[in-house]
Design a protein around this ligand. Structure first.
Ligand SMILES: Nc1ncnc2c1ncn2[C@@H]1O[C@H](COP(=O)(O)OP(=O)(O)OP(=O)(O)O)[C@@H](O)[C@H]1O
Ligand SMILES: Cc1cn([C@H]2C[C@H](O)[C@@H](COP(=O)(O)O)O2)c(=O)[nH]c1=O
Length: 209
């Protein structure tokens, strides 16, 4: 049996995580590996239901602490029912966002401390961390242009927050990557999808050998 691996793609809105997740999954499958692609919040029936509650623009929304708890609850279900079983049977899990998004959005953006976010993660998911977190970065104007081409002027509840919030999110992601260079690979994602994919594959060399 091959060793199961857990890879997360992270970064702000519209940096290309889903695109790169699909390309990475195809490349891993071409090597004969079993790959499970998934996303957060979501990936299980329960977590997708929580996603709808978190991202809907209807109603008054959630306070910062309730929001953090809901993300942690969605993650707990996802980890328990999908991620851990897949890793245990030797699959590669490619996940669009994971706990570093909670650290960046609910922590850096929303004001909870990193210890608070990680305490929720310890309770919910026994502190599971990816083997490698690919942090995709682009200039904010590039991400805005990509999102506008994809979504027009619509945004979900969190994506639609102001530029200062998203700047704090981006700064938090960079702090985490600098603090844990062994777990993060920072990939400049402003080039073509193929260029970015080459960077992704290069950063996985240690895990693929
Ligand atoms: N390298 C690239 N160059 C140009 N356009 C890109 C590139 N990568 C992705 N795109 C396009 O930009 C848009 C956003 O990409 P994608 O959905 O992969 O981003 P994302 O980070 O998953 O977004 P979100 O945070 O909203 O989930 C899509 O329309 C996609 O086709
Ligand atoms: C996992 C996670 C996500 N978020 C935010 C980030 C995005 O605004 C949305 C998810 O939308 P996407 O198009 O699927 O990227 O949710 C968050 O704030 N905290 C989290 O832990």
């Amino acid at each position: 049996m091959t060793q199961g691996r857990f890879i997360a793609l992270e970064g702000g809105e519209g940096v290309g995580k889903s695109t790169q997740g699909r390309m990475l999954a195809d490349a891993l499958r071409a090597r004969g590996l079993e790959v499970v692609t998934t996303r957060e919040p979501g990936g299980t029936t329960g977590a997708e239901a929580i996603r709808a509650m978190l991202l809907s623009t209807e109603g008054e929304g959630w306070g910062a602490r309730a929001e953090a708890l809901l993300f942690a609850a969605a993650r707990a279900d996802h980890v328990d029912k999908l991620i851990r079983p897949a890793i245990a049977r030797g699959a590669w899990v490619v996940c669009d966002r994971f706990v570093d998004s909670s650290r960046a959005y609910q922590g850096g953006g929303g004001g909870l401390t990193d210890d608070e976010i990680m305490a929720l993660h310890t309770i919910g998911s026994a502190g599971l961390l990816p083997d490698l977190t690919l942090l995709l970065t682009v200039e904010p104007e590039v991400a805005t242009e990509r999102l506008s081409l994809r979504d027009g002027d619509s945004a979900d509840r969190i994506g639609g927050r102001d530029a200062a919030y998203h700047r704090r999110v981006a700064e938090a992601f960079m702090r985490f990557a600098q603090a844990e260079p062994g777990r993060f690979a920072v990939i400049e994602a402003g080039g073509t999808p193929d260029d970015v994919h080459a960077g992704v594959i290069g950063s996985l060399a240690g895990l693929l050998s």
